[in-house]
Design a protein around this ligand. Sequence first.
Ligand SMILES: [Ca+2]
Length: 191
Amino acid sequence: MEEILSRLLENKLFLVIALLLAMTLQPSQVFAFNEFQAFIELKSKKQLNCAYCHTNANGPNGNDSGQLGSLSEDEKQLTAYNQFLNSNKELVDSPILNEFGNYLVKKLGYEKITNAQSDLELLVNELKDSDLDHDGISDAEELLDGTLPNDSLDGNPLKLFINNFKKQWIEICFQVVAILLLIISLFKLKT
Ligand SMILES: [Ca+2]
């Protein structure tokens, strides 16, 4: 057996065929951005699952709901990879991505999102002026904090408090004045 193997390995033609077979058997490329997840976890010191960008918390590969194996042929055409291949077409929401994932694909496009995999500061720069959930915390800050950019109730508590106060300070002032007047009225009734 060892003799057969050594002869095969000496045969360059065998090596070329093996290499070609290996390339043929490789799974089709799927855009799962593990670098993004690792970057956000590093910056925020929080553990995240794939639901940060994907429909399914276990990511795009598999046969469960929101994963590639469960999609119809028409739905597969809407995956990020196929959208990139058809970059001349208008991008539509992919069924394997959540609101933020689809937003990223549309905002960055093929070239930037590919470059961002090796230059993660590019991802931060691209998102520093956008705020998908309108909670006053930019998408870039949410990435660095490890909070959800598509959920206005999820964010750094202090930043959320400050932003909500800025939005509602007039109402808050009126309410404080109303409460003070109520307390003064009650106090006067007792005396
Ligand atoms: Ca936000």
